[in-house]
Design a protein around this ligand. Structure first.
Ligand code: 13P
Ligand code: SF4
Length: 301
C-alpha cells in the first residue's frame, strides 16, 4: 500500500492533469485536508462548487454535498470517491413526506436544511445551512414554516423567530447522542474553556453552550473571543480544523465520529481521479427544481 506522501503526490499531479479541484468538508480526515483546494462548511462548499472553473469536482464530504455541487454545476463532472458516504439525517425524509406536510400546512413555506437528498430539495421552497438557517427563515414572507429534517436545528431556529415552525422529527445521531450531563462533567475538567456547539445538538446541550454555530463559524468565534480554551461540541474532525486555523488557542473535543464523513480515504480520492469514480447523476427535472431552492438560499444568505 502506498504511503500518504506518495498518495499526496499522485493526487496533486492527477488533479492538475484532469483540471480538477478537491472540495473538503471540515469533518473529513486530517490527511484529506492535505489535498484540498478548499476546506469549509456546507455553505462555503456550495459557493465554491458554484463558482469554480475546474471541469471536475472531487467532493470529499457526503452525498448530499456532492449532489448540491452537481445541481449548481450540472455540466461539470462531480465525483464522490466513496458511495458509502451518505448521511443518515438526510435519509430521514422523502419527497412524498414533504408533499404530505405541504397538504397539511398549505400556508407554510418549506425550508429544507441542505442535509437533504436532491428529490427533497426539489419539492422545497428554499434551502438553508446551519450557518444561515435563522436568517433564511426570518427573510421569508410566510408566518408559518415547515422546517426539515433536523428537529434540533428546527428547535434552535424556533428560539430565534416569531414565526410558527412545524418541525420534522429527524436528527443527526452524531449530535443527538451528545449528552448534557456528560458535557457538564467534561466542562469541570476545563473550567475556563468556552463551549462552542453545533445547532444539530439537542436543546439542553445548546442551553449550556457559550456559542452556537455551524462548523464555518467556529474558528471566527475562537479567534475573536478572549478565552484561550474551547470545548468543541460536534463531530470530532472539527477540532483538527480549529487547531489548524487558530493554532495559538486550545481546543478540547466533546464529540462523536460520523462514519459517513470518515468513509473517504486518500486511496479513494486517488482512485476517483484515476478511474472517474463515482460521478453524480441526477434526473434533469429534479436538478432544475432543486437548483431553485439552493440558489434562492445563496441569494439571500
Ligand atoms: P455545517 O454546514 O455546519 O458544516 O454542517 C454540516 C453537517 O453535516 C453537520 O453535521
Ligand atoms: Fe449527516 Fe450527521 Fe454525519 Fe453531518 S454529522 S453528515 S448530519 S450523519
Amino acid at each position: 500500500m502506498a504511503d500518504n506522501r506518495d498518495l499526496l503526490k499522485q493526487i496533486t499531479k492527477l488533479k492538475k492533469e484532469k483540471n480538477a479541484i478537491i472540495l473538503v468538508h471540515n469533518y473529513q480526515r486530517p490527511e484529506i485536508y492535505e489535498v484540498a483546494d478548499f476546506i469549509g462548511d456546507s455553505l462555503e462548499l456550495s459557493r465554491k462548487a458554484a463558482e469554480t472553473e475546474a471541469q471536475t469536482i472531487v467532493f470529499c464530504g457526503v452525498s448530499f454535498m456532492a449532489e448540491t455541487a452537481k445541481i449548481l454545476s450540472p455540466n461539470k463532472n462531480v465525483l464522490l470517491p466513496n458511495l458509502e458516504a451518505g448521511c443518515s439525517l438526510a435519509d430521514m425524509i422523502t419527497a412524498d413526506q414533504v408533499n404530505s406536510l405541504r397538504a397539511n400546512f398549505p400556508e407554510a413555506a418549506v425550508v429544507s436544511y441542505v442535509n437533504t437528498n436532491a428529490a427533497v430539495k426539489a419539492v422545497s421552497d428554499i434551502c438553508c445551512t446551519s450557518a444561515n438557517a435563522v436568517k433564511i427563515l426570518n427573510s421569508l414572507p410566510n408566518d408559518e414554516i415547515i422546517f426539515l429534517p433536523d428537529k434540533n436545528l428546527g428547535s434552535y431556529v424556533q428560539s430565534h423567530t416569531l414565526k410558527k415552525i412545524y418541525v420534522w422529527d429527524g436528527y443527526c445521531s452524531v449530535h443527538q447522542d451528545l449528552k448534557k450531563q456528560d458535557l457538564i462533567s467534561f466542562k469541570k475538567e476545563h473550567p475556563l474553556a468556552k463551549i462552542i456547539a453545533h445547532p444539530e445538538c439537542k436543546k439542553d446541550v445548546l442551553e449550556v453552550a457559550d456559542f452556537v454555530c455551524g462548523t464555518g463559524g467556529m474558528a471566527k468565534y475562537a479567534e475573536n473571543n478572549d478565552s484561550s480554551e474551547f470545548i468543541v461540541v460536534t463531530e470530532c474532525g472539527m477540532t483538527n480544523k480549529l487547531r489548524d486555523d487558530v493554532p495559538e488557542k486550545h481546543f478540547y473535543s466533546f464529540c462523536n465520529l460520523c462514519s459517513f464523513m470518515k468513509a473517504t480515504t486518500l486511496e479513494m480520492v486517488l482512485k476517483s481521479l484515476q478511474e472517474n469514480k463515482h460521478p453524480i447523476y441526477l434526473p434533469e427535472e429534479i436538478m432544475n427544481k432543486a437548483r431553485n431552492s439552493i440558489t434562492r438560499m445563496l441569494a439571500l444568505a
